[in-house]
Design a protein around this ligand. Structure first.
Ligand SMILES: *Cc1c(COP(=O)(O)O)cnc(C)c1O
Length: 421
């Protein structure tokens, strides 16, 4: 099946007389006719037992997303943050480290740099544009993973996935890619060597700003028995002595994540949330195409506007990441643009407060056009100096282009510009 067809049909095939649409199984609990049957399930979880870590509605969505990314399995989580957290905890113990591109989402930076550090796991940040030599210098004996974003939020840096994968594999560790902004419609990181994919499904996948969620997808190709990951090979005493590589083969990573981490943390989505996510996924190809078209149009409009100092959108031919975008995002660079208005913070705020169609929200990748002022919101804790280092100036606006008519979006932006000198 091609990806448009998978978005509609993968993950759920009703049998005779069953509902056409994935049903919402709003039950924490599943019935069995014998103690012996339940005992067997604890040995080999082939049926649903308890909705803290598996549920039929969520399962259908997991199978669909695994198909879209070309992986062997997926596990949904209750947020994107939970997906990033578990993707690392499945590989690193206290005393281990991992490498991440410094352009990743601010929430992920905080999780990696502050919270994981308290758990004894160190994140070593590298420039997303680092050369292979610079990457080599960051690597340590205890490094167990490499992490980056296909299209970084909000820096819009395009990750050279093949380079990062080559580097990770040279050291026998996996590459994890956060594919939130691209979605599998615009980029399929497994095809470029990534081993694990995470998403905040809160963004384009859901698309309608109705519920938060995340997902981890496993390519099923990494050799966990290479000596660096004894937890995958040696018996897990917390789970009747199972060896994940021996029992589950290519599914070792994703089953370990579910049977150890989801079992213990329980950050699993509700069936109703998965149902809504599935609705979003059904129209994802149509929406992504239009986001790309609208954002391209708006980026070109901003590029020539006399009140705009600079525009950052990898789809523009003058952009620093344009060549990488042509390789990794040949069908479009998604819907988020960042631009700086002339006159700094004062004008950015004036402009944004006079927009009517575009809403001022702490969200991105919504079906409706929305804006955010990083200097007063997501990056508020930074000093003016740190803002400069992060490439964020007071005049910078993150614009998430929605699916309204392009001309209405432009008219709204023009209205905002008319209030600034
Ligand atoms: C929003 C976001 C996250 C975090 O996801 P939540 O669903 O908000 O927890 C992670 N990565 C990227 C790229 C994001 O944009």
């Amino acid at each position: 099946m091609k990806i448009e067809t998978q978005c509609l049909h993968a993950g759920y095939t009703p049998k005779n007389g069953e509902p056409r649409v994935v049903p919402i199984v709003q039950s924490t609990t599943y019935c069995f006719d014998s103690t012996e049957h339940i005992a067997q399930l604890f040995d080999m979880p082939t049926e649903f037992m308890y909705s803290r870590f598996a549920n039929p509605t969520v399962d259908a969505v997991e199978k669909k997303i695994a198909a879209l990314e070309g992986g062997v399995g997926a596990m949904c989580t209750s947020s994107g943050q939970a997906a990033s957290l578990l993707s690392i905890l499945n590989l690193c113990n206290a005393g281990d480290s991992f490498i991440a591109a410094s352009t990743i989402y601010g929430g992920t930076i905080n999780l990696f740099a502050v919270t994981l550090k308290k758990l004894g796991i160190e994140c070593i940040f590298v420039n997303a544009d680092a050369s292979e030599e610079e990457l080599e210098q960051a690597f340590r004996q205890n490094t167990r993973a490499v992490f980056g974003e296909t299209l970084a939020n909000p820096a819009l840096a395009v990750l050279d996935i093949e380079k990062f994968a080559r580097f990770a594999h040279r050291h026998n560790v996996p590459l994890i890619v956060d594919n939130t902004f691209a979605t599998p419609i615009l980029c399929r990181p497994f095809e470029f060597g990534a081993d694990i994919i995470v998403h905040s499904t809160t963004k384009y996948m859901d698309g309608h700003a109705v519920q938060g969620g995340g997902v981890i997808v496993d390519a099923g190709k990494f050799d966990w028995a290479n000596g660096n990951f004894p937890d995958f090979v040696e018996p897990d005493e917390s789970y009747h002595g199972v060896s994940y590589t021996k029992e589950f083969g290519a599914m070792a990573y994703i089953i370990k994540a579910r049977m150890q981490l989801m079992r213990d943390f329980g950050c699993y989505p509700a069936a109703n949330s998965a149902f809504l996510l599935n609705l979003g996924l059904e129209t994802l190809p149509v929406r992504m195409k239009q986001y790309c078209e609208n954002a391209n149009y708006v980026a070109k409009f901003l590029e020539t506007h006399k009140k705009v100092a600079s525009v950052n959108y990898p789809g523009l031919s003058g952009n620093k990441y344009h060549a990488l975008a042509q390789k990794y995002l040949p069908n479009g660079c998604s819907g988020v643009i960042s631009f700086s208005i002339k006159g700094g913070r004062k004008n950015a705020v004036l402009f944004m407060d006079h927009l009517e169609l575009a809403s001022n929200v702490v969200h991105v990748a919504d079906i409706r056009t929305c804006v955010l002022h990083p200097a007063s919101a997501t990056h508020r804790q930074l000093t003016e100096e740190q803002l400069v280092a992060a490439g964020i100036d007071g005049g910078m606006i993150r614009l998430s282009v929605g699916l309204e008519n392009k001309d209405d979006i432009i008219a709204d932006l023009e209205k905002g510009f008319s209030f600034v000198e």
